[in-house]
Write a protein of this length. Structure first.
Length: 413
């Protein structure tokens, strides 16, 4: 409790780093996410090569998204209750240990030549199941590591730990795929994931936020009702769902777009994903700098519209070099939108329901986005990814504008 009684200071970009547990978790995530981005790039390239054609690649990546979506959709409500009722450090220790073992299995099976599209889907599904418990426990723990006025800054820095590796990881993966093969990137991720486990060993135990004696299902339903009835968060979640179904799946389909539609090799794919990562890094820094300042609602809706228009713009692009600045803009807007949505949920939710509230955020981000990849991927398999991006981008931008104009309460936060 001593850290939470510090006198209020002016919030700067790295203010939350003064708190030891947050600092340990942040550096662990930074290393772990470097490996994760390498694995993401290598997996996407692997699937695109297994498919062989643009239409098949879009569909395969969509099926991979569905494989990740199902366990998250089924488990996230339970995971939110776990985050609120069990010690978060213990939960994160087990989830990250499991994800490291899965990464090791993926690397081993790939190096032995045993991996195919079904195996990739199954391992990614198991990883998504672990992530469904990891995300609400980790994200709902962050506000408890810092004083309340630092929450926005801590959430932004948490995003930096995810996006800084996105700048380097894909480019490194592209080089490694060419030099030591896809399996090599998977082995690196298996080692890097252990960084969070090591960091947790040096952190203080975390008590649960609540010791409610409510039955299991009513406890989950309470968290859902809280969001549904909230005049601001209900609409934040609604827009979050629409963007997750339509425009945010662009990142899952990017390997098919870059490799099979723009006809670029692994290094080019790494550069393209890195451009998105650089944009995401900029968006995360922007979120961290803003902290918990005013006009969060304005930032939230503008970023949603810019993200949607960026995906729409991909529908007119046939060159990698033209795609890179657009991907940078999409990455910046996407991470700003995610950070603004996360900050609104965290700051407007009381402590005893925050884990369940953020589990809905995680369910959408980790579960509905991959499911949306199947929808957009299937659409792309019929009309092509260019037209698919144009359609989903225009629909989402129009919806975000309508919500903003018709719900003035969003302008009060």
């Amino acid at each position: 409790m001593m850290e939470r009684t510090l006198p209020r200071r002016e919030i700067s970009l790295f203010s939350s780093m003064q708190f030891q547990d947050f600092r340990l978790l942040w550096f662990g995530l930074l290393i772990s996410n470097l490996g994760s981005w390498m694995q993401l790039t290598a997996t996407g390239y692997f699937i695109a090569k297994l498919a062989g054609s643009p239409h098949t690649a879009s569909l395969y990546l969509g099926f991979q998204g569905l494989g990740r979506a199902i366990p998250v959709l089924l488990l996230s409500p339970v995971a939110g209750l776990v985050a609120d009722t069990l010690p978060r450090r213990r939960t994160l220790f087990w989830t990250n240990s499991i994800m490291s073992l899965l990464a090791l299995a993926l690397a081993a099976f790939t190096s032995l030549g045993w991996m195919n599209i079904i195996g990739l889907i199954l391992i990614n599904a198991a990883n998504a199941a672990a992530m469904s418990f990891d995300s609400p426990a980790r994200q709902s723990w962050v506000p408890l590591m810092v004083p309340r006025e630092y929450i926005g800054n801590a959430i932004g820095l948490n995003s930096v730990a995810f996006n800084a590796p996105a700048v380097l990881g894909p480019a490194v993966a592209g080089v490694l795929i060419v030099s030591i093969g896809i399996a090599g990137s998977f082995y690196v991720n298996a080692v890097a994931t252990m960084a969070v486990v090591v960091a947790l060993l040096f952190m203080r135990p975390s008590p649960p936020s609540t010791a409610t004696g409510e039955p299991f299902l009513p406890s989950i339903a309470y968290g859902l009702r809280f969001l549904y009835r909230h005049k601001i968060l209900g609409w934040v979640i609604t827009v979050f769902i629409v963007t997750a179904l339509l425009v945010r799946p662009y990142s899952t389909l990017l390997p098919a777009f870059i490799v099979n539609t723009l006809h670029v090799n692994a290094k080019g794919l790494g550069i393209a994903i890195a451009a998105t990562g650089v944009g995401g890094f900029a968006g995360a820094l922007f979120t961290a700098y803003l902290g918990s300042r005013e006009q969060r609602g304005v930032i939230w809706v503008i970023s949603a519209i810019v993200m949607s228009l960026g995906v729409l713009a991909l529908g007119f692009i046939w060159s990698l070099w033209l795609a890179l600045p657009v991907l940078f803009i999409i990455g910046t807007a996407t991470m700003t939108f995610l950070g603004a949505s996360n900050t609104l949920i965290q700051t407007l939710s009381p402590d005893d329901v925050r884990g369940r509230a953020i589990s809905v955020y995680s369910m959408i981000a980790l579960g509905i986005v991959p499911g949306g990849a199947l929808i957009v991927g299937a659409l792309g398999s019929f009309v092509g990814l260019h037209l698919a991006f144009l359609i989903v981008g225009s629909v989402t931008a129009a919806f975000a504008i309508w919500v903003w104009l018709s719900r003035p309460i969003l302008r009060t936060v």
